[in-house]
Design a protein around this ligand. Structure first.
Ligand code: FNR
Length: 351
């Protein structure tokens, strides 16, 4: 049953090692320090707007849960923190409630607790025909269609005929009356795929790159035969490289996510061109420690962001996108081999 699987995912992700062994690549990205920052750290402005919604900080709690009675409490806590901090919140795949409407309250609790915050619904690409019902379940600001071919390929009951997905995404975008976000789930999005998605009309892309939660890892724990999951544990485009590929390929807003674990990594992602950053696993873990722990997690994260912005002399997010940074190591190799320009960031503040 989907509902049982949802609980299994929550438990596995909280108690087992489900993260990539390979890194996001943000360690290869170095922001150029300013000895004369010329900003007041206490006045740094993190506000932004995404998909027509004003936010106090460019942060999104990306899709985690719904569909099991135990997810009510998680979504309630996440929604309270999202509302209080005025950041974004993504729901887990709404498939469970489309197929069993009794489960709808495990998702709608989020809108009840977060009447104003940017709230993003979620449906899997294999279930795109359920997009309308997902969109109508509550007052959503956007719907994310998640792409998870890695998980589908590894899990025994996976959906591996993906022909026609792009066309269906285009149809869904045309038919929905809310913006559609295309979202990976941890294996990243290439510049080419991003371009196809932009042409299909999606209004934003969440790269959800490799380096954080690995769905091959999650499925390894669930399978009898562990060898396939172990072999593909580290499959995917590292988040830093995916963020650059997508930001150099499309004009629509970009959410950088997948393994972002502190405010410094968030600032690097934003400086590379992301409009917002997303996190799932660390937020889920903090939520289990209670609402206060969740607030503490985000206060710390926001402080970390401000320190990095101060040290590069960025008073707001627009200025951050012009800050100098150097891309080194494997991430530079990846991007240069793929034909992306890594030099444009190095001295852009003087242009
Ligand atoms: C997820 N993620 C996810 N994504 C999605 O689009 N729909 C979903 O239903 C879920 N479910 C889900 C459950 C749990 C327990 C986790 C940890 C994650 C993926 C998530 O939104 C995100 O893209 C990845 O987890 C990568 O980010 P992190 O976890 O490395 O910050």
């Amino acid at each position: 049953m989907i509902s049982d699987r949802k609980l299994e995912h929550l438990l596995l992700c909280t108690h087992s090692d489900v993260e990539y062994h390979k890194k996001t690549g943000f360690k290869d990205v170095e922001l150029v320090h300013k000895a004369l920052p010329e900003v007041n750290q206490e006045e740094i402005d993190l506000s932004t707007s995404l998909l027509g919604k004003k936010m106090d900080s460019p942060i999104i709690i990306t899709a985690i849960t719904g569909g099991h009675p135990s997810s009510v409490e998680v979504n309630q806590k996440l929604a309270r923190v999202a509302e209080k901090l005025n950041i974004g919140l993504g729901l887990g795949s709404q498939r469970a409630a489309v197929e069993n409407p009794e489960l709808a309250s495990t998702y709608t609790i989020a809108r009840e607790e977060a009447p104003e915050a940017l709230l993003i619904g979620n449906i899997g690409a294999p279930q795109m025909e359920q997009a309308h019902e997902a969109g109508e379940m509550m007052d959503l600001d956007a719907l994310a269609i998640h792409l998870n071919p890695l998980q589908e390929a590894i899990q025994p009951e996976g959906d591996v005929d993906t022909r026609g997905y792009l066309e269906n995404i285009q149809k869904t975008v045309e038919e929905m009356n809310i913006p559609v976000i295309a979202k990976e789930t941890g294996a990243g999005i290439s510049g080419n795929d991003a371009l196809s998605l932009e042409k299909a009309g999606v209004q934003a892309i969440d790269v959800a790159g490799a380096g954080g939660t690995s769905w091959a890892a999650v499925e390894t724990y669930r399978s009898q035969d562990k060898t396939m999951g172990e072999l593909y544990w580290d499959w995917g485009i590292p988040t830093a490289a995916s963020t650059v590929e997508v930001s150099q390929s499309v004009q629509i807003p970009i959410i950088s996510s997948g393994g972002i674990r502190n405010g410094l990594e968030a600032v690097k992602a934003l400086a590379l061109g992301a409009d917002a950053v997303g996190m799932a696993l660390p937020v889920l873990k903090a939520s289990y420690l209670g609402e206060e722990a969740l607030f503490k997690f985000f206060s710390r994260f926001l402080e970390e962001i401000k320190v990095a912005m101060f040290l590069v002399g960025a008073g707001n997010l627009k200025e951050l996108q012009k800050t100098d940074l150097v891309i080194q190591g494997k991430t530079r190799e990846w991007l240069q081999e793929r034909g992306y320009n890594t030099k444009i960031y190095a001295r852009r503040s003087s242009l």
